[in-house]
Design a protein around this ligand. Sequence first.
Ligand code: AMP
Ligand code: MG
Length: 489
Amino acid sequence: MIELQQNYARLPAAFHAQMDPVPVKAPRLIAFNRELADFLGLDISDSTEGQLAALFGGNTVPAGARPVAMAYAGHQFGNFVPQLGDGRAILLGEVEGRDGLLRDIHLKGAGATPFSRGGDGRSALGPVIREYLVSEAMHALGAPTTRALAAVTTGEHVQREQPVPGGILARVARSHVRVGTFQYFAARGDTGSLSVLVEHVIDRLYPAARNADSPALDLLARVIAVQAALVARWLSLGFVHGVMNTDNMAVSGETIDFGPCAFMEAYDPDAVWSSIDRRGRYAFSNQPRIALWNLARLAETLLPLIDDDQQAAIEAANGALEAFPKAFDQAWVENMRMKLGLTEAREGDVDLAQRLLDSMHAGGADFTLTFRYLADAMDEDGDVGKLFELFSGREGIEAWLADWRARLDAEGRGDKDVATDLLAANPALIPRNHRVEQAIRAAEDDDDFSVFDRLRSAWLRPYDPAPGDADLIRPAAPDERVARTFCGT
Ligand code: AMP
Ligand code: MG
């Protein structure tokens, strides 16, 4: 029913371990993304729900497929682990999307592989629900991301702190190659495999790099550019990835591996949720710095391919890395201008945006709603009551509003146009953490997927709230707040 290509499986044996998913007892389809299936040209019109469950549960492997677990290494919280790899995931193969580009179809929770390192190769249902909801919301919010194609429950329990229902997520990516994939070969001194990997990634993601003087250096520059744009986008949405280990950074520039991720509510540059991030390495405002650190690790792996002369290679790689802060700052201020309804670049824009963030921080204001309610100031009555209510004190935001109005006036656009732009740039609906938790609790504790279903459809239209969405728009009440999130493991 699905015809898969085997581009990654055809790479040399060192790249992967060939194996089928380990079947599960009773796969049941709990979500299927028809729009994405359509985009991927999957022919599932004749398939029953049971067949889809068997497919995405890993019980039936499409004819001709050669599933593989991918090898990779990675720095986890700064410590290098020379072998990680897909310990609970399997790449089924690739399909061509309607845009003519290949996409991986990958099952997460598909059973133990040679990379499992003692783990059970499974995923609990909770993390499957989190990744489904948050990755699809990220897509709707305009951030490059892996996507969710389907989710199943397995009919089996997995042992975590206690037994919990198991789940499998079928996810889709432009590529699952990570910074850690490059590190895997570099750590083994396997320059031959590294150049095969570079060629594969260039073919797949960055064909224009093929004609550069140094394709490896050009590839590096392109990954740096897409990561700068990605992390700037995260910051414009209040997103904290949570585990930016080098094995969780895709060279495609897609957000990948949604573990203990969260969207912040009250603005806090030091926001951390992950239960394992005790030192705040992956805190909200640290993300650009960490991205650059990870990219430096990627650069190191590429040195032997950039230039035979090591010193020259280092200089070239450093030159590429130096572009990151500038690209990030540029992307950040562009995102902020959009969020503030500004169409022209002017000096002082960074400062204007930063002062709004500072007053949110001081006033404990909700990040998402502060931006969303800016549009109210453009109404005829200019009623900013809802906006002010988000802040514990008015002074900071009142003074800021006056400066912002003056800055908008200098562009001379009509209030209505500005309001329309503001509403299109600032979401009303984001995956608030307590809602994600509610969906997980209902599913894991009561086999109830109604919360999951409701969130799944509401978060597809973040900029376009409906009358029944009021409870999803508001921040968590104090007794609803989620202080910690946990990895899927
Ligand atoms: P993650 O925290 O999902 O980024 O995973 C880090 C590493 O641990 C990857 O190599 C995973 O494949 C592996 N891993 C995570 N959970 C499991 C599991 N339940 N069984 C086997 N390997 C796992
Ligand atoms: Mg991972």
